[in-house]
Unconditional design. Structure first.
Length: 69
């Protein structure tokens, strides 16, 4: 995950993770994330990518705005 703070008031962060395709995560969907560090935030799915060689998994790319808590 990448975190960028262009100003003190706004923080942007982005990253990706693998999800089960059966979870049905779609682009532009809002998701709540809990990171391995225990921080939490709300993100918007920017892209999903299904690999036909491994149809049971989907790559989910996301972008979050606001602070991680």
């Amino acid at each position: 995950m990448t975190v960028a703070a262009p100003t003190a008031a706004r923080q942007f962060w982005s990253g990706e993770f693998m999800s089960r395709s059966s979870d049905g995560i779609l682009p532009n969907e809002r998701i709540a994330l809990t990171l391995d560090t225990g921080e939490k935030g709300i993100a918007r799915v920017s892209e999903t990518q299904l690999d036909s060689r491994a149809p049971q998994a989907t790559l989910v790319r996301f972008t979050g705005t606001g602070p991680l808590a």
